[in-house]
Unconditional design. Structure first.
Lengths: 114, 116
């Protein structure tokens, strides 16, 4: 079991460019979550999927952020027209989807927008 | 809406001692789940221990245990016989036990420094 795999580990983009982050959840986990971590805000919920279906995107900044889960083996988080304030560590986590289930986190993607 | 607060920003203790990290939470639900996670210097976040609100017994896993005080909405993490490798940031999190409440809400974390 390789755990939750996130790629790339680091990404540097210029202001206004697009960034796509990838996540491969643990096989058999039905829920996939995206969080953003910064020093100031801590761990912020962005969005999540259950059995590939989008359930809650209430944490997603509108307009520029989008997430998809085209199949059970991967999810993507896309940020269009990146801004310096988007710089953060983006974390993907998966779980069995039960309310007492803990998360398994990926190693994160550190995004730097310059 | 649920809220999790960790008031201790940083704690420093000597190796082999016992440390307690505080966490208080807010929820309208009578049933919920509380979690503690550890984030190492490399950035890896790992699950440590869980407390179910309907259980009166404090959860224990290895040298981690919880001090669950439901009337005070408090869930402290106790680490006994601390080791250098316990140095990390510790996050408290909760999830309500209601339909649709699938995501975890995290506190801001407490940095633990173990001194030799």
């Amino acid at each position: 079991n390789a755990g939750v795999i996130q790629t790339p580990r680091h990404k540097v983009t210029g202001k206004g460019q697009e960034a796509t982050l990838w996540c491969e959840p643990i096989s058999g986990h039905s829920a996939v979550f995206w969080y953003r971590q910064t020093i100031v805000q801590g761990l912020e919920f962005l969005t999540y999927f259950r059995n590939q279906a989008p359930i809650d995107d209430s944490g997603m900044p509108k307009e520029r952020f989008s997430a998809q889960m085209p199949n059970q083996s991967h999810s993507t988080l896309k940020i269009q027209s990146t801004q310096p304030q988007d710089s953060a560590v983006y974390l993907c986590a998966s779980s069995f989807g039960q309310r007492n289930s803990d998360y398994t986190f990926g190693s994160g993607t550190r995004l730097l927008v310059i | 809406a649920q809220k999790v607060t960790q008031t201790q920003t940083s704690i420093s203790v000597m190796e082999k001692t016992t440390v307690t990290m505080d966490c208080v939470y807010e929820t309208q639900d009578s049933s919920y789940f509380l979690f503690w996670y550890k984030q190492t210097a490399s950035g890896e976040i790992v699950f440590l221990i869980r407390q179910d609100s309907y259980k009166k017994e404090n959860a224990t896993v290895g040298h981690y245990s919880l001090n669950f005080q439901k009337p005070k909405s408090s869930i402290g993490l106790i680490i006994t016989a601390t080791q250098i490798e316990d140095s990390a940031v510790y996050f408290c999190a909760m999830r309500e036990n209601t339909e649709g409440a699938d995501r975890l809400t995290f506190g801001k974390g407490t940095q633990l420094i173990i001194q030799p």
